[in-house]
Each structure stands twice: as structure tokens, then as C-alpha cells.
Design a protein around this ligand. Sequence first.
Ligand code: LLP
Length: 425
Amino acid sequence: MNPHLLPGQPHFHYQGSELHVEQVPLAALARRYGTPLFVYSRASMLSALAAYQRGFAGRKARICYAMKANSSLGILQVFARAGCGFDIVSGGELERVLAAGGKPGDIIFSGVGKTRAEMRRALEVGIGCFNVESEAELEVLSEVARSVGQTAAVSIRVNPDVDPKTHPYISTGLKGNKFGVAHDRVLHAYQRAAELPGLRVAGIDCHIGSQITDSSPYMDAMDRVLDLVESIERAGVRLHHIDFGGGLGIAYHKEQPPEADALWLQLLGRVDERGFGDRELMIEPGRSLVGNAGVCLTEVLYLKPGDQKNFCVVDAAMNDLPRPAMYQAYHAIIPVQQAAREAHTYDVVGPVCESGDWIARDRPLAAQPGEFLAVLSAGAYCMSMASNYNTRGRAAEVLVDGTEAHLIRERESPADVMRMEHLWP
Ligand code: LLP
């Protein structure tokens, strides 16, 4: 098969007619663990990480994996062992990093709605930095830190008002978004942070959106952040690090995002040109580290030809793969075992009782009931956004490493799904 049919997924390939991940045939995994099944390639994650590491070679830089993209413990372990830090957005994510062996000092805590309890716990374990998203949060964090006899390292997330040219639900750096401190309030916020007794200013932070496939919004945001660094430092507040967030897109279909190393060569050129090359750099990539390292295997249940549409009903659904329903997102779908048959055009849909439960539209497929399909680019924002809607247990997950396959999450049974519920007397 033409390798270009699997854009950005060098570790997923056909041997003969059988789709493999690294050295493992996917059909065998689907039979052994059942479907829907997420399968990830460790080599693919490490090669995505290596592109960032090349981009930052010789620099003071820290890569904090934005674990919201995929927070399964076995995935976090891959990045913790590779020396990454973590960008977290909740107390739950904090506990996951600790359970997976991540170092507390390498954790940064983002998010617009941190609770006092989450702040206390993060201070207690000694996280590296809080990315503060509002002036009100500065006051609360200082108070909480004082109450536990600590000072909290902070970086203020600035909203640079740059259009990332992506889906509106995943744009975060525009004036109308809830994230970060508005550009014209940033200086004031830093002056306040420097005065508050429970805080220590460490850096500056920004994140403009997700699935960004063009380098120009990044360059614009970098310029706007560096303008702010200049004015904040002129006011006497020193910034030790610049955190540039995440957001780099992946190829789901025909997108051609820049490679992480090429993008960073360009961005670092600008940082040097403007005289900030001595600062520690931090980034928070999520999707670009895991998105194309995972597939979701699903079994074809029924073919339903119709007057207007043909439907291919599979056993994965919007609770497993929420991105098409939420963002009209495209995921490529290919057969796990190729067959020499005529293809027909289908909408691929799941068993959930909603018309919004579709995984793909108008795709040529030759698969028959009982055969397996692979939904590609399913490593990011699929399992981490999965739900139990229709009392469907969440899928199992397998991490492949060369010839080995490790079950990193078991499939949820109905009893698991009902475990926290009580009948009333
Ligand atoms: N840092 C912050 C503060 C973020 O809000 C995000 C993502 C990231 C880092 C990581 O961005 P990435 O490198 O993954 O683009 N569920 C959506 C994506 C939501 C992204 C939210 N923030 C989707 O499936 O497309």
C-alpha cells in the first residue's frame, strides 16, 4: 500500500494485506482484547517528541506534555521516562502524573478555574509553576500559598489576541475567549503579582489554540508576548521563563502543519533576534505528541444500504470518538485487513442513539460485517474525552513497543460503569 495513505503515521503500515503497528498485527490485538480498542505506538510518540527535542537542542528548554490530550497512565509513563514535564489542568490530572512517576517539580498547572483545594494540593507536592489565568486567581493563590507557609511560582497566561485560524471551539487566544489575562491588563497583573506576599513571579505564558497548521499565528503571538516581556521587565519585574503553550496541529487528512523542529527553528530565530535567547523556554504540546501515535480499532456490525445514504454501523461510537460530533472533525478510516472487493460509499456510524453519532461521512469502504476498521489519528482527545453515554463502557487501550503489546487500560464493564451509584432505600 502507498505509505502516503497513512499521513504522519510511519509506525502504522501494511505488511502484505495486514495493518501493523510497529511489529504487531492489529487484527490479532482486536481479537485478543476486543473492540473498540485504542492502540498506541510508543515509537511514534518518541519520534514526535524527538522533533521538539531537535528544535530545542542546545537551549534551556522544558517540554511539558499537555496531558489533557491523552492522560492514560501508560502514556504518561512514556513521557515521564523520556524526561518530559507535564501541563495539567486539574487536581485529577495532578494525581495521574504522580501515579505515573512524573516529577512534581516539572509540572505546570494551567486552567481558568483552579479551586483552593487544587492549589493547596499542588503546593503540597511542590509543582514547578502555576499558569495563572486571571487577576482574581492571583489574589486567591497568594492567600492559599500564605496559609500553607509557601510562596507559589507563577507565570501569567496572557491572551495575545491572535487568531490561530482553527475551529472556533479550540481557539483560545482571542479577545472573546475565556482564557488568559487580556493584553492591556497584563502589565498591571504582573505588578500586582510582584507585590503579593504569597507569590514569586517566574515567567510568562501563552497558548493561542489547538490544531494550528500554519506558523504565522505563532510568529504573531511570539512577537506580542516578547513585546510584553519588554514592558514587564522595564517595570522592574524579571521573567525567567517564556512558556509558549502548545497547539501545533497534525495531519488528519490533507493538512500540512509545519514540523515541530522547523517551527521552533523559526520561532527561536525571532527570540534570539529580539535578545531573549537566554531565557528558559517552555512549551505545552499535547496533540502533536500523541495524535498520530494512536488508532481506534472497531468491528463492522452491519451494512445498511439506503436510498440517500449507505450506513456502515460499527461498534465504536461518539462516546469513544467524540471529535467528529463535537468539531465536525475528520479521521481517516482504513481496513485492518485489506480485501480485494469493490468499495461503496458509506457514512460510518456508531450504535449511540443520536444522529450526531457519526465517525466519518461519505467514505469508500469495502469492509464486511465481522471485519475490523482502523480509525486513524485517534491518539489525542479521544480516550481522554470518552464518556459512558448510553451506558457504554469505555474502550480498552494497548501500548505497542516493538514486538510487545501491553494492555494499559481494561475495558469497562457495566458493573464498572455503575460502581459509584447507589439505589435509594
Ligand atoms: N496548553 C493549554 C493551556 C491548552 O489549553 C491546551 C489545549 C494545550 C496546551 C495543548 O494543546 P495541543 O498541543 O494539544 O493543541 N478537544 C479539542 C482540543 C482542545 C485543546 C484545548 N487546549 C480537540 O479534540 O480538537
